[in-house]
Design a protein around this ligand. Structure first.
Ligand code: UFG
Length: 329
């Protein structure tokens, strides 16, 4: 019996595949390689290159393997892009996941761990955010992930398909041994961009907004190490397979760092001065997003191992220093 990881060649997917393999699990990766990297899939792990919206590609992977459960990362995930191209997000994220659920139903696969996001909340009502707080996404990306959460709920009710939706806050860092890490093109995330400045690939980092109602005027986020996220998926799947009910969990560290604080910690980690410029706000950015992960800690028995920002950035730096061009040679 194998675990099928959709989007397993991407950033969080590949780190989850690595942890599953380290724990001796049988893993198959399905990825269209639009964002993912085949180099991120370990040798010996079967990689099916295909798209969730292609029924034949899914029939091939479901037909050729005995699949016990799905972990699904396959999606578009850029907030800004989603505002400009909402239908692309509905097509890939909502319709794509619907196609996957149809095949799960057809092949009688009962468990799915789904990659959701803090963007389902929109502008939070209070900090820290708990899972029962209002969900009112401010962009199509968050809206499509919330739509899938609802599709999962109804599919559970109708077909007994058990799901866990994991709402990540800001994923960061890289595998401890530095062989896999974050490689987006173009890169839009704060920590890899700052590290590109440290590598001399960019002159400076633009701070998007310095007039937010936060401690230093810049946006505050809750950074969580990608390996801690990976481990939460495995715990979530084990819980479902032991008879646990469908559920939604936040995953964060519970501590917020401002953009300026992230830059300061990166200066310490890299020894680079990291020049900055103040730029206008980026559309759709909430001022502060911090998770309460109490539910995941209690019900999944999840405990993030990386609880310091310095540790998280140091692991990302190890990857970026050794792979300045990402997976490209
Ligand atoms: N930022 C800058 N300069 C940059 C890049 C980012 O100031 O060059 C700021 C952003 O404005 C934001 C913060 O740094 O305030 C973090 O930005 P990221 O793009 O790294 O992350 P986001 O918080 O925008 O988004 C992340 C994920 C999304 C997810 C969201 C949930 O990338 O997929 O968290 O909160 F939806």
């Amino acid at each position: 019996m194998a675990i099928l990881v959709c989007g397993g060649a991407g950033y969080i997917g590949s780190h989850t595949v690595a942890r599953l393999i380290e724990k001796g699990k049988d893993v198959i990766v399905f990825d269209n390689l639009q964002k993912g990297h085949k180099e991120a899939v370990p040798e010996g792990v079967a990689l099916y290159v295909g798209d969730l919206r292609d029924p034949e590609a899914l029939d091939k992977v479901f037909g050729e393997n005995d699949i016990e459960a799905i972990i699904d990362f396959a999606a578009d995930s850029l907030v800004g892009e989603s505002v400009g191209e909402p239908l692309k997000y509905y097509h890939n994220n909502v319709y794509g996941t619907m196609c996957l659920l149809e095949k799960m139903k057809a092949y009688d696969v009962k468990f799915i761990v789904f990659s959701s996001t803090a963007a389902t909340y929109g502008e939070p009502e209070r900090i820290p955010i708990v899972e029962t707080d209002r969900t009112m996404p401010t962009n199509p990306y968050g809206e499509t992930k919330l739509s899938v959460e609802k599709m999962l709920k109804w599919s559970d009710q109708a077909y007994g398909m058990k799901y866990t939706a994991l709402r990540y806050f800001n994923a960061a860092g890289a595998h401890a041994d530095g062989h896999i890490g974050e490689d987006h093109a173009p890169e839009s995330h704060l920590i890899p961009i700052i590290l590109q400045v440290a590598l001399g690939q960019r002159e400076k980092i633009s701070i998007f907004g310095s007039d937010y109602p936060t401690k230093d005027g810049t946006c505050v986020r809750d950074y969580i190490h990608v390996t801690d996220l990976a481990d939460a998926h495995i715990l979530a799947l084990e819980r479902l397979q032991k008879g646990g009910d469908s559920a939604v969990f936040n995953l964060g560290n519970g501590t917020g760092f401002s953009v300026k604080e992230v830059i300061e910690v990166t200066r310490t980690v890299t020894g680079h001065p990291i020049p900055v410029e103040e730029a206008p706000r980026r559309a759709g950015d909430p001022a502060t997003l911090i998770a309460s992960s109490d539910k995941a800690m209690k019900e999944l028995n999840w405990k993030p191992a990386y609880n310091g920002l310095e540790q998280i950035i140091a692991s990302a730096w190890k990857w970026h220093e050794s792979h300045p061009n990402g997976y490209a040679k």
